[in-house]
Design a protein around this ligand. Sequence first.
Ligand code: ZN
Length: 298
Amino acid sequence: MSLKRSGMLAWLGIGLILMAWTESQAQPAVYVVNYPLHYFAERIGAEQVHVVFPAPAGEDPAFWKPHVETIAAFQAADLILINGAGYAKWLKTASLPKSKMIDTSRRFKADYIEIQDAGTHSHGPTGEHSHAGTAFTTWLDFRQAAQQAEAVTEGLSRLLPEHKDTFEQRYAELEQDLLALDERLEAIVARQRARPLLASHPIYQYLAKRYGLNLQSVLWEPEVMPNDEQWDGLQSILETHAAAWMLWEGSPLPASAAKLQALGAGSLVFDPCGNTPEQGDFLSVMQQNVARLQQAFQ
Ligand SMILES: [Zn+2]
């Protein structure tokens, strides 16, 4: 091989590497504030976008406070997907470019639920927080989740108009999955909607509202044994609200579950999936949630 020819091949190689690099750089960066939006954006945007959800595992993204560098990364993103309904408290004080931001629950703002008399408590490394204000786990009403996914689709289509048809096709599939969950849950609860249920944490407001659940909430953590005062509080709830099941965000301590069982209530996990699940994805976690909730209606 002549020197000239091998030189040309080398340039060709570098050229190809550069092209591949430019293509990966050309993928617009989409920053999201919670796992449901991460899942929706990845299903709809797929290889056309680079979706980033920076909240670390073990944190509740609703109350998590990002570092300055992470906020700067949000500011530099091509698209920012927020949940709305007061989710991700840090957004209140950060200044993000409004033109790049999509509030995915805005279209059903009129249906937001305001929480009455919420106490302050702490869970996780974020410290004390309160659930006062607007209830924010909007996606646990699966029809609302579909509307949020639709807002994601619109945002992505605005960003990459040449892929609009593809995004809409992918959205149609995702919508089917979400509405199938909605129908299944509706069918499960339809006969015995009034059956009293307990929730370990005030995060199931939209689930209760959409499916007409008779749900009363306490402020317990799966990984903490409730104190005597909390057990007393539960007993007084049970006097007028004879629930046979409590919904938990994660598996409760065996000791909590046993004591609860002694009071007549079983434990079942309904994971809101605000952060990335350890196993599976949004859809499989929700399918498992619905299957577990079915026990409470048998
Ligand atoms: Zn809380």
